[in-house]
Design a protein. Structure first.
Length: 286
């Protein structure tokens, strides 16, 4: 049975087994920690650590700040990220370049990639860098480098995630509006802005990952343009409405990761719909 014919749980097992098998062939596995990121990134990091521990992979952690010049045998696993894209590429591609000069192999866990960005292209071109894509679009974009692979976002291995995708609420309840407040937002491109009183960008406002997940669990409905708020909502069985921040980022992820299994939880709408429903306001409105 091939991965496209499987349900989410089986696909998670298939992709995770292939990932762990590759690591075991190399040995001496290091995991990059101390990375920059919001609480959505913390979800990825925790899921990565959970997968490696569950599979019995012997891992040495290495803080990004401690990435020195001394050569190390084995490989470095870089947790999945959105920091190889046009809007976000300030530091992680450079870190991969440094790591490639130190380790036998650098494996970038399932991520989003825009290889038309010069520094991203340069990092992916290195002969000992293996890049794993978390959606089919990114995978097609990086196959030219010859060391590309495909996988599911390791955030799905967070211990709170139930791959059966059972809904939490049957009826109505509180709605959480959690729209981006950074330069990844596409609201301004549509002449819109976050609601001045109702918006909570919990990916940056929450104190900890537990706090982030607790806020999401406390909602019956979520409106967002943050990918890992969508992921955390599905993880907790919470209904979520989203708009794509740019480049159909969330749509591509949902289509590849959940297929049609999360249609009862996830709804894609337009920016005009968010405005009509009062979740965002015209730019300049007070």
């Amino acid at each position: 049975m091939t991965a496209p014919m499987m349900d989410l749980s089986m696909r998670m097992t298939t992709y995770a087994s292939a990932f762990v098998r590759h690591l075991s062939q190399i040995g001496n596995v290091h995991l990059l920690t101390g990375m920059k990121g919001n609480l959505g990134d913390h979800l990825i990091w925790t899921g990565t650590e959970q997968l490696l521990a569950a599979q019995g992979v012997d891992v040495t952690t290495l803080e990004a700040a401690d990435l020195g010049a001394d050569a190390r045998a084995g490989c470095l696993v870089v947790p999945g990220s959105g920091a190889f894209t046009r809007r976000f590429h300030e530091w992680l591609p450079h870190t991969v370049e440094r790591a490639a000069a130190i380790f036998d192999e650098v494996i970038i866990a399932p991520s989003e990639f825009h290889p038309d960005v010069p520094v991203v292209h340069r990092a992916l071109s290195l002969p000992n860098v293996v890049a794993m894509a978390r959606d089919a679009h990114s995978y097609r974009a990086i196959t030219r480098f010859g060391r590309a692979d495909l996988g599911l976002d390791l955030a799905l291995h967070h211990p709170d995630f139930d791959p059966s995708l059972k809904p939490k609420y049957d009826g109505d309840g509180p709605t959480l509006v959690a729209m981006r407040t950074d330069h990844g937002s596409a609201l301004h491109d549509h002449g819109l802005a976050v609601h001045p009183h109702a918006n909570r960008d919990i990916a940056v406002e929450a104190d900890t990952l537990d706090h982030y997940l607790d806020v999401i669990r406390g909602a019956a409905n979520i409106v967002t343009d943050r990918l890992h708020v969508v992921v955390a909502a599905v993880m907790t069985g919470t209904r979520v409405t989203f708009v794509d921040p740019n480049d159909r980022k969330i749509s591509r992820y949902v289509s590849f990761t959940f297929r049609d299994q999360a249609d009862h939880l996830v709804q894609h709408v337009s920016f005009a719909t968010l405005l009509e429903q009062g979740f965002v306001v015209p730019a300049g409105a007070s």
